[in-house]
Design a protein around this ligand. Structure first.
Ligand code: SAM
Length: 191
């Protein structure tokens, strides 16, 4: 058994710890639908997942995965940028997952960007309930990735201590730009 899980799996482990059946959560980057499906299973039939992507193809792939698993009724699929979270999501949420970058095997120009990712993160911090968690899997190997990673880390490193705990989890001995996981927990009192 591997104890130190890779960032994508570690993100899921953190999310699973703070999400209960009946909760409302967000997948900020639907992509091929793996994370949306994972979240739909976690929230149960009384919960709700809002799932965003700017690409029709990602939304339809995600929809098909959910139909196959009979979980589509739990998910609100939104073909729009995650920077519009505040417009679509009115409830407090337990978790927000970001898996940044581009849709694997597709157009590398349709990629998450520092300014819109940062807007979405700020909106997510507002929507997050106390005790909730945001995970961001950051990639630096593609054009603009390093800039996005730096933008997010710089912003999060200044989040008020006591209101937020922020962790950066990164493999520092792997070649070829391995992903990193940034996770944020929101508190209602000074820790
Ligand atoms: C690495 S993929 C996500 C993988 C996905 N979580 C999964 O489980 O398969 C990144 C996705 O972010 C999407 N994306 C890019 N800019 C976005 C934006 N502003 N809002 C929402 N999604 C965006 C891309 O279209 C792409 O599908």
């Amino acid at each position: 058994m591997v104890v130190l899980k890779k960032p994508l799996l570690m993100a899921r482990e953190l999310i699973a710890r703070c999400v209960s059946p009946g909760d409302v959560v967000v997948d900020a980057t639907a992509g091929n639908g793996h994370d949306t499906l994972f979240l739909a299973e976690l929230v149960g039939d009384q919960g709700k997942v809002y799932s965003f992507d700017i690409q029709e193809e990602a939304i339809s792939k995600t929809a098909q995965k959910l139909i196959d698993a009979r979980l589509l009724p739990r998910v609100h699929l939104i073909c729009s940028g995650h920077e519009n979270i505040a417009f679509y999501v009115k409830e407090k949420v337990s978790a927000v997952m970001f898996n940044l970058g581009y849709l694997p095997g597709k157009n590398h120009l349709l990629v998450t960007r520092p300014d819109t990712t940062l807007s979405a993160l700020k909106a997510s911090l507002e929507k997050l309930r106390f005790g909730g968690v945001i995970t961001l899997v950051l990639y630096s190997g593609h054009t603009g990735g390093e800039d996005e990673k730096k933008t997010i880390i710089d912003y999060c490193s200044k989040l008020e201590q006591g209101r937020f705990t922020v962790f950066l989890y990164e493999m520092i001995n792997w070649a070829n730009y391995p992903p990193a996981l940034l996770s944020i927990e929101k508190h209602n009192s000074v820790k």
